[in-house]
Design a protein around this ligand. Structure first.
Ligand SMILES: [Zn+2]
Length: 231
């Protein structure tokens, strides 16, 4: 399954595909529509148009898309010629405003005061963790997290968590970072080392999921869990 997004600010096309991770919970799956929205978000942009083939976004993806402040302006088009809105696909939606929270925006940084506690990771990893964590969408747990993955041939990718107002459709930082791996046309098994930074004493703990997902997709990868304070 594939999907294509058009960014509002640039008109750039962003490609997405289904990601499935054998050996983990089915809940770790990222659909193409979610992939596109995560990539656009990571690029600091707004998803303006989402193009799909014939099948329309599933209920999980509709909830993921509904988290974005810009989702009421999102146009969804398909190869059958339909031009739809998210409200048309998901009437009476459950939006962040239901819990008194503004919708997700990729900018500005929500968590600028993160500080890693204890032994710091390599400087380039720390910089990426802090940048991705600053843009994490964690208004419900107030416990931002971020993941950096190093691929076997050297590149680093990073992403923060994207929480959902409905809680369980939340995209973890690990899933979002694996989207970035796929965007480099690399495989999850190419991950050589991973770092998770989580909020010390936070209301949620992404560490078990991080360890389980990396153990399934890249069993030989080095795994590091760091704590930070949200400042
Ligand atoms: Zn879906």
């Amino acid at each position: 399954v594939a999907a294509v997004g058009i960014e509002g600010e640039t008109g750039d096309l962003v490609l997405g595909a289904n990601l499935e991770f054998p050996g983990t919970d089915l809940g770790t799956t990222v659909h193409a529509e979610g992939f596109v929205s995560l990539r656009v978000r990571r690029r600091g942009r707004t998803l303006e148009t989402l193009a799909v083939r014939e099948a329309h976004p599933c209920a999980h993806c509709r909830q993921t898309l509904a988290e974005a402040e810009a989702s009421d302006r999102l146009e969804i088009i398909d190869l059958l010629g339909h031009e739809l809105t998210l409200a048309g696909l998901y009437p009476w939606s459950f939006r962040p405003a239901a819990l008194g929270v503004p919708g997700d925006r990729p900018e500005p940084a929500t968590w600028p005061g993160l500080a890693i506690a204890g032994e710091p990771p390599p400087a380039d990893v720390a910089t990426l963790l802090l940048a991705a964590g600053a843009q994490a969408h964690a208004p419900y747990s107030r416990a931002p997290s971020a993941v950096v993955l190093r691929l076997v041939d050297g590149p680093l990718v990073a992403a923060g968590c994207v929480e959902s107002v409905a809680f369980n459709p939340t995209i973890t930082a690990t899933q979002a970072a694996l989207v970035e791996v796929a965007a480099l046309r690399a495989k999850p098994s190419d991950v050589a080392e991973g770092w998770l930074a989580r909020t010390a004493g936070g209301a949620v703990d992404p560490a078990p999921g991080f360890r389980a997902l990396l153990a399934a997709v890249a069993p030989s990868a080095g795994v590091h869990v760091l704590d930070w304070r949200a400042g």
